[in-house]
Structures are given as structure tokens and as C-alpha cells.
Design a protein around this ligand. Structure first.
Ligand code: GCO
Length: 447
């Protein structure tokens, strides 16, 4: 059975993010983030949905944590909203914002749930966007001060902390493809954001080590699982360039202390100045890293496009989730091996994995069998990887509950728990029951 394939110290968890679930956007001193501004603009988010109310988790922490505990969850990955803690990004600290996360962390501890806090899951204080957001160096120093504030207060009760969630999205999805806030479409802005985000990661690691030396520090990436569409030398070389552009620009500086050479040859002249000491800060040792994996990426050579000169290729499987993503668990296996073969990496966690299926309750039951199949197939690959010697120490399902799926609004549902957004009623889906059974079987087998 699946549960028996995981080592004793493995941990099962669920993940969420502040703007996606909390709501209470104007309460207790919180000020707007770039996502508040973006979601309130016409044409940015499906149905003009916003995170104003979301899952109303801000007011339902105890109830939601009870539900989480009832699913057998051993660890909770949540994010801390910078605009609750330092509402203008710089300037005064907001005690009421700190109090909210005190309650959340204590609620986890009271239920024996290990805490894994993400320091940045995309809700940049809007005031900082006025300064230039992630495209300017000053934002990295503002982030360091926020991280110091958070770690001073919570460092004694956090088990894990990650600096950034998915720097790829912060850099490219937000500044090159224009799909996420602030919605820019500029390679110059992207390359500037790239170095600021990497620097901010390094400054954050330094602050965490100073304030809370016992907390396990990591970063969470959505590295692409890049598969060439054919075996031709051209397509393989295209995929190597795509690896540099999408994955190497984060892991080369962090784990090798340098940017990838071909990327620098293409974009070095528009890169902001890399100051003395930046790469040493960025490449400080980490205790762990997290991988968010959903789908494979298929590329082919395209000489017309700028570096990395690739075009998307067709899917190879005919199974897709409701958001249109190809299902292929073998690409997860390929990616983890590829990353450990290329870099000296510490222990890892699957910090997000899950599937979008939008079925609603019928007579109180949400029959989401395809999600169960997706989760069990991917967990099977995680077990294979552990058996092959890869140090995967835990798995977080995305997500505990349906939530604000960024540009897709509330249309796309990833939860183990169904949310009725009219009534805020919660219904554990069949996948949630399956997850609970898996966690129970695992814990019983442990004894
Ligand atoms: C992420 C995102 C989540 C998304 C999930 C599904 O880290 O990509 O953190 O916020 O909701 O990936 O798209």
C-alpha cells in the first residue's frame, strides 16, 4: 500500500497562501498589496474576482485548523502577509497583523501541527510598487527588515520557513508575461526583478539565521520539468537553454554562486549592477528546498524567439485537469533526478502538488475521484524517488481548501475541502477523506 512506502520521519501536510484564503483585506491595519490593486482592475482576473473576502479564513482560523487536524495533517504550510505586518512595506510595524499570525501559529501548535511559513507569497505592499517593486534594489532591503520583524516574533515557534514562493512567478509571470501582478510585459523589468528577488532571498536568509538560528530555512521553487518534443540535437539544446532561463537563473546563484553563462551572454547587458558580496549572500547554505510541481513543460527549438529561443510543444498525454494542465507524474521523477544530478542540494519537500477539478457537492458529497488518482499517482512517484535515494522528507497537498486562484479567480478549485463562497460552508471532498485515510494508515504503520 502507498502509505507503507514512506519512511518513519516523512511528514504529510497541506499548503495555502495568505491572499488566496484570508480575506479581511482592510481589517486590523492591513493595507493593499499589488494583488488588491491588480484584482480590482478590469480585465486582470476572471470575473473580476478579488481576495477581499476569499475563504474568510482570517475570521475562521480555529474552525479551519480543526478541519485540517481532522484530516490527519502533520504540518501546515501557510504564508505571512507582508502588508499586515508592515502595511506600507517600509515604515511602522502593525501589531494587530503580528497578533493574527500569533493566533494562527499557536492554533497549529495546540493541535500538534508543525508550522512551515512562507515569507513571500506574492502580496507585495502596494506602496513598494510605487517605488518600483521588485525591479528596484531597495525592495530587497525592505524585505529583509520585514523578515527580521517576523522572525523576532515567531522564530521560537516556527519549524520551517521559506523566503520566497515560486520566484519564477514573481519574476516572469509578473514582469514578462503580464499575467500576475503587477502585470508588466518587459524583459528589462524581469531581469531587474530576477536579481532583486535573488538578493532579497540572500538578505532574508541572513536575517533568519541571526534572529532564529534553530528554524530550518529554505526556498520554494516551481522549477520546470522540461521535456524536449523530439530527440533532435536542436530540441535538446533548446531545452538546455530553457533550463537555464527558467530554473538555472535561481539555482545557479543559490547553489553555485553564479548566474548561468548563456543567460548572461544574452541578458547581462540589461542586468542591474551585481554589487560585490551579492552572490555570496545569495549562495548561503540552506537547510532544505521545496518543489512545487503540477505539470510537464514541452519545448522545441524556435530560432525566431529571443533567448532561450523555444516554442511550446504539444502535450504527449491525453489526461488534463480542469485548468487544462497535462497530467504526467513521470516528469516529476525526471525533474527531481535532474536537479540532484546538477546541483549539490540539501533535503527537499514537495511543497505543493495537486490538481484542479471543479466538481461541486451533490447531496453533500464531492466526488472528485480524478483528484484522488492524481494525488496517488504523484505520491507513488515521490515514494519511487525516496527508494532511489533522493532525500524527500515530506509532501504538502495544494490545497487545504478551494481558494482565490490568482488570475483564474474562484473558478478553478484545487482544495481537499470545498468552499461555498456564498455561505462560506466547508465540505470535505472525497479526496480529503482519502488524504485522511492515507495519513492515518501512515501514522498507524509508524508504531
Ligand atoms: C503556487 C501557487 C498557488 C497556486 C497553485 C495552483 O505557489 O503556484 O502558489 O498559489 O494556487 O500553484 O496554481
Amino acid at each position: 500500500a502507498l502509505a507503507g512506502r514512506f519512511p518513519k520521519d516523512f511528514i504529510f501536510g497541506t499548503a495555502t497562501a495568505s491572499y488566496q484564503i484570508e480575506g479581511a483585506a482592510r481589517e486590523d491595519g492591513r493595507k493593499p498589496s499589488i494583488w488588491d490593486a491588480f484584482s480590482h482592475m478590469p480585465g486582470r482576473v476572471y470575473n473580476r474576482d478579488t481576495g477581499d473576502i476569499a475563504c474568510d479564513h482570517y475570521h475562521r482560523v480555529e474552525e479551519d485548523l480543526d478541519l485540517m487536524a481532522s484530516l490527519g495533517v502533520e504540518t501546515y504550510r501557510f504564508s505571512i502577509a507582508w502588508p499586515r505586518i508592515i502595511p506600507d512595506g517600509r515604515g511602522p510595524v502593525n501589531e494587530a497583523g503580528l497578533d493574527f499570525y500569533d493566533r494562527l501559529i499557536d492554533a497549529c501548535k495546540a493541535r500538534g501541527i508543525k508550522t512551515n511559513a512562507t515569507l513571500y507569497h506574492w502580496d507585495l505592499p502596494l506602496t513598494l510598487a510605487g517605488d518600483g517593486g521588485w525591479t528596484v534594489r531597495s525592495t530587497a532591503y525592505a524585505f529583509q527588515r520585514y523578515v527580521q520583524t517576523v522572525m523576532k516574533r515567531f522564530g521560537d515557534r516556527l519549524d520551517f520557513v521559506s523566503t520566497f514562493n515560486e520566484p519564477w512567478c514573481v519574476v516572469y509571470l509578473s514582469h514578462l508575461y503580464g499575467i500576475h501582478a503587477p502585470g508588466e510585459k518587459s524583459i528589462e523589468a524581469s531581469v531587474a526583478a530576477l536579481h532583486t528577488v535573488n538578493l532579497a532571498h540572500g538578505l532574508a536568509v541572513e536575517a533568519i539565521r541571526q534572529e532564529a538560528p534553530d528554524v530550518a530555512v529554505g526556498i520554494v521553487c516551481n522549477h520546470q520539468a522540461i521535456i524536449p518534443v523530439t530527440d533532435s540535437e536542436e530540441d535538446k539544446a533548446a531545452c538546455e537553454r530553457a533550463f537555464q532561463f527558467n530554473n538555472g537563473v535561481f539555482f545557479d546563484p543559490i547553489f553555485k554562486g553564479e548566474y548561468p553563462a548563456d543567460f548572461m551572454a544574452a541578458y547581462g547587458d540589461i542586468m542591474p549592477k551585481i554589487e560585490d558580496g551579492d552572490l555570496a549572500l545569495i549562495s548561503q547554505p540552506l537547510d532544505w528546498w521545496g518543489l512545487n510541481y503540477y505539470k510537464p513543460e514541452r519545448y522545441k527549438h524556435n530560432p525566431e524567439a529571443p533567448f532561450p529561443s523555444v516554442a511550446d510543444g504539444p502535450a504527449l498525454n491525453d489526461v488534463f485537469t480542469d485548468i487544462g494542465w497535462e497530467v504526467d507524474a513521470s516528469a516529476l521523477k525526471f525533474l527531481v533526478h535532474q536537479l540532484y544530478d546538477r546541483y549539490e542540494l540539501p533535503d527537499m519537500y514537495i511543497t505543493e502538488n495537486g490538481a484542479c477539478y471543479n466538481m461541486a457537492p451533490v447531496d453533500g458529497v464531492v466526488d472528485d475521484q480524478p483528484r484522488i488518482e492524481y494525488l496517488s499517482e504523484h505520491l507513488g512517484v515521490v515514494a519511487d524517488l525516496i527508494e532511489a535515494g533522493r532525500p524527500i522528507k515530506g509532501y504538502y497537498a495544494w490545497s487545504l481548501m478551494d481558494n482565490f486562484e490568482w488570475a483564474e479567480g474562484y473558478k478553478m478549485r484545487f482544495g481537499l475541502i470545498y468552499i461555498n463562497y456564498e455561505t462560506q460552508e466547508r465540505t470535505v471532498k472525497n479526496s480529503g477523506k482519502w488524504f485522511k485515510a492515507l495519513a492515518e494508515e501512515f501514522l498507524n504503520a509508524e508504531k
